[in-house]
Write a protein that binds this ligand. Structure first.
Ligand SMILES: [Zn+2]
Length: 175
C-alpha cells in the first residue's frame, strides 16, 4: 500500500461555484472563462449540486431547450456528496465507487473548501480507482455522506445516505 494521502493534498481548492438560479448560459460562460468542466452549485454557502458539461449536452441541447431559459437547478446533479478534507483519498475513492460518481465536494466545518474528482485520484494513484470499483459491492458507505435533496421526498437534508440505491434523508431511511 502507498502511504496515506489526505484528500486536502490533491483536491482542487476554491472550487468555482454558481447559484442554482443562474441560467445555463451563465454557467456555460463561467466554465469556458475558467476552463473547467464542472461547477459546484451552492446555495446559502452549502453545496447542493454539481453541474457538468455533460448535463448541458444531455438535458439542454439534446432536448432542444433554449439555454437562456434553463436554470442551473433544473439540470444539475443533486444531491452532491461531501467528504472530509483530512480523510485519506482511499475513502474518497470508495465513496465514488459505492455511489458511482466522479466528483465529491470537500467540506470542512460546514464550509466548502474544495472539489475532488476521480481524475485527481487517478493522477496520484491510478490503481486505486480499479481496486475500489472491484470491492464496491461489499463496501458500506459512511453515515451522512450527502448534502442536497432527498431522492425520495425531495426535502433538503445534510445527512443523506445510500438506501436501496438512492440517496435519501434520515426520515425516508426509516420507512
Ligand atoms: Zn426523504
Amino acid at each position: 500500500m502507498k502511504q496515506a494521502i489526505p484528500i486536502i493534498e490533491i483536491m482542487s481548492k476554491d472550487p468555482i461555484t454558481i447559484s442554482p438560479d443562474a441560467s445555463a448560459v451563465e454557467a456555460a460562460n463561467l466554465m469556458r472563462s475558467r476552463a473547467v468542466g464542472s461547477l459546484l452549485v451552492v446555495s446559502g454557502g452549502k453545496p447542493i449540486g454539481i453541474v457538468t458539461e455533460k448535463d448541458f449536452v444531455t438535458k439542454v441541447t439534446a432536448e432542444d431547450r433554449k439555454p437562456s431559459t434553463v436554470k442551473v437547478k433544473e439540470v444539475m446533479t443533486s444531491p452532491v456528496v461531501t467528504v472530509d478534507p483530512y480523510q485519506e483519498i482511499l475513502e474518497a475513492a470508495k465513496t465514488m465507487a459505492d455511489l458511482q460518481i466522479r466528483r465529491l465536494a470537500v467540506v470542512d466545518d460546514d464550509t466548502l473548501i474544495g472539489l475532488i474528482t476521480e481524475n485527481d485520484i487517478l493522477k496520484v494513484w491510478p490503481a486505486l480507482i480499479e481496486i475500489t470499483r472491484e470491492r464496491a459491492e461489499m463496501a458500506t458507505p459512511a453515515e451522512g455522506v450527502g448534502v442536497g435533496y432527498c431522492e425520495t421526498c425531495s426535502t433538503f437534508s445534510e445527512s443523506l445516505n445510500l438506501h436501496n440505491g438512492q440517496l435519501v434523508c434520515p426520515e425516508c431511511r426509516e420507512e
